[in-house]
Design a protein around this ligand. Structure first.
Ligand code: SME
Length: 157
C-alpha cells in the first residue's frame, strides 16, 4: 500500500488536535499521541517526549514514549540530538545517525532521528523525539507536520 504522507499527516494532525482537547491529563494525552504515531507511520519506530525539568536547570527528562526502553532518561541541554534541539531551540533532523558525533545511541537499530521542540512563548518546555530504523526517512512533510503537532501540544504544557 502506498503511504500518502500529505493525506496521512492531515488526518493525524486532526487526531492530535482531538487528543489535545480531551479532559485527561497531559501525560495520558502524550502517551496516546506516541501510540497514534507509531501505529500509523510505518517508519516512526520509537516515539517519545522529553520534558524540560522545571527544577534542575537545562535538563530534560523522559516522558511518555512508545518503543524500546532507553537508558537516556535524563539529558542535559547540548548533549545528543535532544539536548542540542533544546539548547538551539530548533528542529534537528539526522538522516544518518552513524555520521553524527554528538548523538546518544539508544539502540543499534536506530538509523535516523528527528527532534522537534515544543515552545511556550520563547521557552522550550519539551520536545517530540522520533527514531526510525530506516536511513533518510524524513521529508519536509514530516518536519511541517511534526512542527504543527508540537504547536498544538504547546497548549497542554
Ligand atoms: N538519540 C537521542 C537520545 C534519546 S533516544 O533517541 C530515545 C539523542 O541523541 O539525544
Amino acid at each position: 500500500m502506498i503511504f500518502n504522507r500529505k493525506e496521512k499527516f492531515g488526518w493525524l494532525l486532526k487526531e492530535i488536535e482531538m487528543i489535545a482537547a480531551r479532559k485527561s491529563g497531559r501525560d495520558e494525552k502524550l502517551e496516546d499521541i506516541c501510540q497514534l504515531l507509531t501505529t500509523h507511520v510505518p517508519y516512526y519506530d520509537w516515539v517519545g517526549f522529553y520534558i524540560v525539568d522545571q527544577v534542575v536547570k537545562n535538563e530534560l527528562y523522559l516522558g511518555p514514549f512508545v518503543g524500546e526502553p532507553t537508558e537516556h532518561k535524563r539529558i542535559q541541554f547540548g548533549h545528543g540530538i535532544c539536548g542540542q534541539a533544546a539548547e538551539r531551540k530548533k528542529t534537528f533532523i539526522i538522516q544518518d545517525v552513524t555520521k553524527e558525533k554528538n548523538y546518544l545511541a539508544c539502540s543499534s537499530k536506530v538509523l535516523a532521528e528527528i527532534v522537534v521542540p515544543i515552545f511556550k512563548g520563547e521557552k522550550v518546555v519539551g520536545e517530540l523525539d522520533i527514531d526510525s530504523h530506516q536511513f533518510s526517512p524524513f521529508g519536509s512533510e514530516d518536519e511541517q507536520f511534526l512542527e504543527a503537532a508540537c504547536d498544538e501540544l504547546s497548549k497542554i504544557f
